[in-house]
Design a protein around this ligand. Structure first.
Ligand code: NAD
Length: 260
């Protein structure tokens, strides 16, 4: 379906980003991987995608907190593959504290990585998409892009901002062959969430499983985690012809979280 297109997924060395990169590759895309992690493991993933799917895969170590590195990554993608057609803004971090205890450097880091990085990638990617008259931009926001939870002031602010950015970009590109949408997952069991569960278990003295169930039932009517592959599947759908007029939307995939 996406044969000959090139996708870039930020933060695709782990969790949702990795599953989304794999789903786009399965749909035929060449891929630019990005994110932190063990160099040998990243190279194994990159080479495996090329071998298993007959596509071209490259990796950029660009830090999503650094605008100049983001600009270089977009330019390198366009130069190496000839185009950047599908941009998935996924890299993200979390930090949890009450606002009065929230360290300023953590606020700056969450806003930079979870919000400003998408401004920088989209800003650099849109001119090429406009010139080619085709582009798909998918911002991995969160249920926290639509509703709040305590102790997540930076994350909730960033994700609400990202949903707003999605709408602005959708309006500005509405007749340019480009769509821009947000995906708003509820709980997805990835390293980012596993860390929150482990921290809760440490603090409460309960088991990890007990904290897993407690975490889910606090927010989600459905007491099961969304699989990273579910986000990948939705991203591929948003790139399909059937989704050509879906733009400016925030798609919940959250076990009923924001239906309440
Ligand atoms: P994860 O920790 O498994 O993966 C995060 C990815 O981002 C990794 O590849 C990491 O290397 C990369 N990354 C972090 N900082 C970076 C930086 N400065 N530069 C480049 N890459 C960087 O997390 P995940 O759960 O897969 O989360 C992915 C996205 O999905 C995030 O934006 C997160 O907010 C969002 N999300 C996650 C959940 C969930 O329940 N897991 C729910 C809603 C939204």
């Amino acid at each position: 379906m996406l044969k000959g297109k090139t996708a870039l997924v930020t933060g695709s060395t782990s969790g949702i980003g990795l599953a989304t990169a794999r789903a786009l590759v399965e749909a035929g895309c060449n891929i630019m991987l990005n994110g932190f992690g063990d160099a040998a493991a990243i190279e194994k993933e990159r080479a495996g995608l090329e071998k298993d799917f007959g596509i071209k895969a490259l990796y950029s170590a660009a830090n999503m907190a650094k605008p100049a590195e983001i600009a270089d990554m977009i330019a390198a993608t366009e130069k190496s593959f000839g185009s950047l057609d599908v941009l998935v803004n996924n890299a993200g971090i979390q930090f949890v504290a009450n606002i009065e205890d929230f360290p300023i450097d953590k606020w700056d880091a969450v806003i930079a990585i979870n919000l400003s990085s998408s401004f920088h990638t989209i800003r650099a990617a849109v001119p090429g998409m406009k010139a080619r008259k085709w582009g798909r931009i998918i911002n991995i926001a969160s249920a926290h892009g639509l509703v709040a939870s305590e102790q997540k002031v930076a994350y909730v602010s960033a994700k609400h901002g990202l949903v707003g950015m999605t709408k602005v970009v959708a309006l500005e590109t509405a007749n340019a062959g480009i769509t821009c949408n947000a995906i708003c997952p509820g709980w997805v069991l990835t390293p980012l969430v596993q860390k929150q569960i482990d921290d809760r278990a440490k603090a409460s003295g309960k088991t990890v499983r007990e904290e897993e169930i407690a975490l889910l039932s606090e927010k989600q009517p459905m007491h099961s985690f969304t699989k990273p592959e579910g986000i990948g599947g939705l991203a591929v759908f948003l790139c399909s012809d059937a989704a050509a007029t879906i733009t400016g939307s925030a798609y919940s995939i959250d076990g009923g979280w924001v239906a309440q």
